[in-house]
Design a binder for this molecule. Structure first.
Ligand code: LMR
Length: 394
């Protein structure tokens, strides 16, 4: 059996984790995988998470199964965080998934089950797993322009032009905030225009929301998502708690389906539970329990919000310092875009030769497409980074 299988190439983002660990140089910087790091380069466990775990350790009395779609209190807490009261609760179905990736996979499976010959439109560029999961499940996909590689901002006109080719029943993947990998987000007016277009064309929006709280704020980052869910008859939202709760390895995500009526909500709730049963049966509980413990306790919620605000401010400060340092060493404003990008990532717009030179000559690890995770930098490492970029010909 194994003989007939083809080997698979390693994942380009995840591969960097090991390459970086194996690099014996002392002076090295990991700007690869999207994980937050503090000034000391570590990914700390948030205080609110530690406290929630303490509560769980003391109060949890059973580890028996929850429900196929996960714990209802987790659904409620996450629906509140993502959608607020923008959509009536009796129109929302949800399933706890294994991380945001699990939610994305489930959303794509729903698109395939519903309409196997439809196309899923993904931004160019996008998080590589979008394309790879679609290929893996045999779903048709196409790309729409999203980013102007010259100016490093979104290319809305080109995007809308490309999307004219989409047909009724197709799905469109949108990044709710902090676009991965570019860091460039649509403005609210563009989102509004896009939603009108989605409705008139009869497309199905699938929103990937992995960085709520990393851009402009917890509420601000879901403004567009809430508008889509309020206006479109049906919306799928794949949300992740990996980053904003810092519980990466707990695999805590959720797929939220906003539906047109309660009958559809009931049907969708059953379908989501069924989909979990076909792959993982019951989702892993611990991360979800941490999240619901935090979000149902006002004191813990405040501690968590403050920690998240600190993270966001740190990202903004790093962006600003890197941009100023680059202005100093290059004498130009061509890296000014770093300050308008949101969240962890920016696409530098360099080619693979630059990326390799950064790695080989300077020990700076970027994803192959030139994406940097700004959280991998600190105020101390910024001058080194700027020098390395210039020395590598960027
Ligand atoms: C990333 O883009 O680096 C993160 O979303 C981690 C991942 O799984 O790729």
């Amino acid at each position: 059996m194994f003989d007939s299988l083809s080997p698979q190439p390693p994942d380009k983002i995840i591969q960097l984790i090991q390459l970086f660990r194996d690099d014996p140089r002392e002076q090295k910087i990991d700007l690869g995988v999207g994980v937050y790091r503090d000034a000391s380069g570590t990914t700390p466990i948030m205080k609110a998470v530690k406290q929630a775990e303490k509560i769980l350790l003391e109060q949890e009395i059973t580890k028996t199964y929850t429900a196929l779609a996960g714990a209802p209190e987790y659904h409620e807490a996450m629906i509140g965080l993502v959608l607020g009261d923008s959509v009536p609760i009796d129109r929302i179905a949800a399933a706890h998934t294994t991380g945001g990736s699990g939610a994305v996979r489930m959303a794509f499976e729903i698109a395939r089950l519903s309409n196997p010959t439809s196309t899923v439109w993904i931004p160019k560029p996008s998080w590589p797993s979008h394309q790879s999961i679609l290929n893996f499940i045999g779903m048709r996909s196409d790309g729409y322009s999203y980013f102007d590689f010259e100016s490093k901002v979104t290319d809305f006109d080109q995007m809308m032009g490309d999307l004219q080719k989409a047909v009724r029943g197709d799905s469109i993947v949108l990044h709710g905030c902090c676009h991965n990998p570019t860091g460039a987000d649509l403005n609210f007016q563009q989102w509004q225009e896009l939603v009108e277009f989605i409705i008139s064309k009869g497309l199905n929006p699938i929103i990937d929301l992995a960085y709520q709280g990393f851009g402009d704020g917890l509420e601000e980052d879901v403004r567009a998502t809430r508008m889509v869910a309020t206006k479109c008859p049906e919306t799928l939202i794949a949300a992740s708690c990996s980053k904003n709760f810092g519980i990466y390895r707990e695999r805590t995500g959720i797929l939220i389906a906003s539906t047109q009526d309660t009958a559809t909500q009931t049907k969708m709730q059953g379908i989501l539970a069924h989909l979990n049963r076909q792959s993982i049966s019951f989702p892993p509980d611990h991360g979800a329990r941490i999240v619901s413990t935090i979000l149902t306790d006002s004191e813990l919620t405040q501690i968590w919000r403050d920690e998240l605000t600190h993270i966001r401010h740190n990202l903004i400060a790093i962006r600003s310092s890197l941009s100023s340092e680059l202005q100093k060493v290059t004498g130009s404003d061509r890296f000014g875009f770093l300050q308008s990008h949101k969240g962890m990532f920016s696409l530098l717009g360099c080619d693979s030769e630059h990326v390799l030179r950064m790695r080989d000559e300077h020990g700076v690890y970027l994803v192959g497409d030139g994406r940097i995770n700004v959280a991998g930098l600190s105020q101390e490492s910024i001058p080194y980074m700027a020098q390395a970029m210039v020395a590598s010909g960027m």
